[in-house]
Ligand binder design. Structure first.
Ligand SMILES: Nc1nc2c(c(=O)[nH]1)N[C@H]1C(S)=C(S)[C@@H](COP(=O)(O)O)O[C@H]1N2
Ligand SMILES: [Mo]
Length: 438
């Protein structure tokens, strides 16, 4: 690592501001009205002519058993889909765009492969696995070119990790923009990833002592390139070829992508073709003009990677509201928490915009760098609420309020937004996206 880069990294002390102990007490809450749900969910299945609404229980013959050799979701689940918008593209061109995971519709921590959010800078590439090659060269003792079969001969390992675009919620820095949880935080997913630890291959081909940085390059039209420090590469980076038990989907980088657990999804180069080791970072386009953090001083922070502790309530949410509840009903508040710095230790819930907090339960698997489900049973009272969740992780970080985050990084940063999200619930049980500025 050269001196300049070291200095830059040293200046990335933003996360130090959000230690658990520093979490402030309650400050007066100002709710900002949200614009009406622009990109809200589609009409109910009632009006869909493709769906037959009758039940003849026990009297009809079903489809033949293997009608769908590769299974598809029930037709009644047709509303559970990725969604995109021209606002999240380069001037409306949907080749450089992003589609979002319907996080409020999912259960558990595994996102089905067909619903994994997708970001492409130059379209979804289709790479022939027989022609695919991975070159590993630069400051290594024995450079190699691997075929897919050769890669799969190395011992494989599987891990459940979240993947999040550092631009998730980028539109929310200057106020609430989107009307659904899917659009507020859907640039993320979680899956079981299988592949080869890069360290396993490097142990075999030998890393030269001067090797400090690794360039990863994709084979798609954008030739997405990012640099990673060797410490991370040797720690837990994998070359992934499977997702939830099957081959990666084209959208996720078939046949092979890089996977840097807990770090910006942008580093997880898809349709991977080349890894080069060097003694300095490359300063590629995606780490200079993009994916740097512009601070209030006008200086940009380069090389910041791990995603800070974060959370969102997914039920209720604008697209999963409480309008069907009656006073006195017991209802589960559920959500997701995650941190690129480690394991979620706890999640608090507030009903009054952050003045008072109660502790939620973590449920199911609680794993490092992985979505963690939280839950809280609540007696519905039909009263307006400002509902929030606040996560903390085992590195000591706590999720900041909107103003705490702004105070440190300003509003031009674009990336790594992890400020507390607020859902306003009205007397009717309708839910909207607002911001509490405290
Ligand atoms: N080759 C290549 N890799 C890429 C990209 C790309 O456009 N091309 N997009 C990056 C960005 S910005 C993100 S957020 C993640 C998204 O991964 P996903 O599409 O599997 O969700 O892939 C990253 N890797
Ligand atoms: Mo991204």
């Amino acid at each position: 690592m050269n001196k300049k880069t070291e200095e830059k990294i040293a200046s990335v002390s933003r996360r130090d501001f959000f230690k658990k102990t520093a979490s402030a007490g309650a400050v007066a809450a100002t709710a900002v009205a949200a614009p009406s749900a622009v990109l809200a969910s589609e009409a109910s299945t009632k009006d869909d002519p493709n769906i037959v609404h009758h039940v003849k229980w026990g009297t009809t013959l079903g489809d033949e058993c293997n009608k769908n050799p590769y299974g598809v979701p029930s037709k009644y689940e047709h509303n559970v889909v990725r969604r995109t918008s021209a606002l999240m593209s380069s001037a409306g061109d949907m080749h450089a765009a992003i589609s979002m995971t319907p996080i409020a519709e999912l259960k558990g921590i595994i996102v089905p492969n067909g619903l994994h959010f997708t970001r492409t800078h130059n379209g979804v590439a289709h790479v022939d696995p027989n022609k695919w090659r991975l070159m590993i060269h630069g400051l290594v003792e024995k450079p190699i070119v691997l075929t897919l079969d050769q890669l799969k001969r190395y011992p494989s390992e599987s891990f459940i990790y979240f993947l999040e675009c550092p631009s998730n919620s980028a539109a929310e820095w200057k106020g609430p923009q989107f009307g659904t949880a899917q659009f507020v935080k859907g640039m993320m997913s979680c899956a079981q990833w299988t592949g080869v630890r890069l360290k396993t291959i490097l142990d075999e081909i030998g890393l030269k002592p001067e090797a400090k940085w690794m360039l990863a390059e994709g084979s798609d039209g954008s030739e997405m390139s990012r640099t990673l420090p060797v410490e991370k590469v040797l720690d837990d980076v994998i070359i992934a070829y499977a997702q939830n038990g099957e081959a990666l989907r084209d959208e996720q980088g078939y046949p092979v992508r890089l996977f840097a657990p807990g770090w910006e999804a942008n580093l997880c180069v898809k349709w991977l073709k080349r890894l080069e080791f060097g003694d300095e970072p490359w300063h590629a386009k995606e780490e200079t003009s993009k994916y740097t953090a512009l601070t209030a001083s006008g200086k940009a922070i380069q090389h910041f990677y791990a995603l800070e502790t974060n959370s969102i309530i997914t039920s209720p949410a604008p697209e999963k509201d409480w309008t069907d509840l009656k006073k006195g009903d017991l209802v589960e508040i559920e959500g997701l928490a995650w941190s690129g710095y480690g394991t979620i230790k706890g999640v608090d819930i507030s009903f009054d915009g952050g003045k008072n907090w109660v502790e939620a339960q973590l449920k199911g698997l609680v794993l490092p760098k992985c979505w963690t489900r939280f839950s809280y049973m609540y007696k519905y009272e039909g009263k307006p609420l400002l509902l929030q969740s606040r996560s903390y992780d085992d590195s000591g970080d706590v999720q900041p309020t909107v103003n705490q985050e702004k105070g440190v990084v300003g509003v031009e940063c674009v990336y790594h937004r992890n400020a507390i999200i607020t859902w306003a619930v009205n007397e009717k049980g309708e839910v909207s996206n607002v911001q509490v500025r405290s």
